[in-house]
Ligand binder design. Structure first.
Ligand SMILES: Cc1cc2nc3c(=O)[nH]c(=O)nc-3n(C[C@H](O)[C@H](O)[C@H](O)COP(=O)(O)OP(=O)(O)OC[C@H]3O[C@@H](n4cnc5c(N)ncnc54)[C@H](O)[C@@H]3O)c2cc1C
Length: 272
């Protein structure tokens, strides 16, 4: 560990030499280009507003027109429960949005992180906790944390949806969730608004970090966390079928890394 990540303080480390970081937008653009070359259409900025089933076929109503399919696979992330409702699937699990915020490491301190520094996952929690990732362009992100988002697409504290928040508060899983995670939740929220607390979490791994090393809060992501009626947060994939429609209702990290393997699994399990 001292040779590979000399600035890290830890009891022990596991080295994973095959772990890599990538530019995922570039991967998506390549996948879209391959699909188009193979004759498929890729529609962007097209919201699915309703799904009807008729005589074993699926009719998709979107903001850019109607489409008909024999089979449909739904991967709607933060809206996967809303789209599941369109086909009459069970309302359980529903989606609880959790924002993951990052700080960016000051350029002159990027050498503190050689590659990726991750904590050992705690099976009691669905999220890893703050970690360090060196991006493909040399930039280092510190995070993400996990705070409840006040809107499905709540990429900052100021983005609030009363309807989304009210829907979450009315879900039967709210009381058991709060009972189980209130302490962790309060710590995460405090570290989100108070930079010294975020720094303290980061310094657990790299003690030489200072306040000035964490620069401008970087981009944030919102996790689509599936949440059961009994208050549990699902940490495995949740896949349902309603007639010819297959719904991917929970695809937690590392579902981006494993996207092609998941696609293979879904087509084998649900299309034969
Ligand atoms: C902060 C953060 C860090 C992460 N880090 C990693 C990582 O390091 N490695 C990793 O493998 N994974 C990571 N993940 C997880 C990864 O992003 C998800 O597992 C993955 O994106 C899930 O894929 P998906 O297709 O189910 O949903 P999404 O990627 O969310 O895609 C759903 C799509 O459906 C669209 N949509 C929704 N509703 C509609 C509608 N009605 N009509 C039309 N379109 C609709 C949305 O706009 C979206 O484009 C991270 C996630 C977050 C939030």
């Amino acid at each position: 560990m001292h040779q590979i990540e000399p600035h890290v303080r830890a009891v022990a480390g596991v080295h994973s030499p095959a772990t890599a970081v990538t530019d995922f937008s570039a991967i998506c653009e390549h996948l879209a280009a391959e699909l188009r070359r193979a004759g498929s259409a890729v529609l962007l900025n097209a919201e699915v507003t309703n799904i009807r089933q008729h005589l074993g076929r699926v009719q998709l109503e979107t903001t850019v027109g109607q489409y008909h399919f024999d089979r449909l696979i739904v991967c709607a992330g933060l809206f996967s429960d809303k789209v599941a409702a369109m086909v009459g699937a069970s309302p359980d699990p529903r989606i609880l949005p959790f924002r993951g915020e990052y700080w960016t490491l000051a350029p002159q301190r990027q050498q503190l992180v050689k590659s990726m520094i991750y904590p050992v996952p705690d099976p009691a929690f669905p999220f890893l906790g703050v970690h360090f990732t060196k991006g493909v362009y040399g930039d280092v992100h510190v995070g993400p944390n996990a705070v409840p988002a006040l809107a499905r697409e709540g990429y900052s504290w100021s983005k609030i949806s009363v309807a989304d928040t009210w829907e979450s508060l009315r879900w039967p899983g709210v009381a058991p969730l709060v009972k189980k995670y209130w302490r962790t939740g309060a710590t995460e929220i405090a570290a989100s608004v108070l930079k010294p607390l975020y720094l303290r979490a980061a310094r657990a791994y790299i003690p030489s970090l200072t306040m000035g090393d964490l620069q401008a809060k970087g981009p944030a992501g919102v996790r689509a966390q599936a949440w059961s009626k009994d208050g549990s947060l699902l940490d495995d994939f949740a896949i349902d079928s309603v007639g010819p429609v297959t719904l991917i209702r929970n695809a937690p990290s590392p579902a981006a890394t494993s996207a092609l393997a998941i696609a293979e699994y879904v087509t084998q399990q649900y299309f034969h």
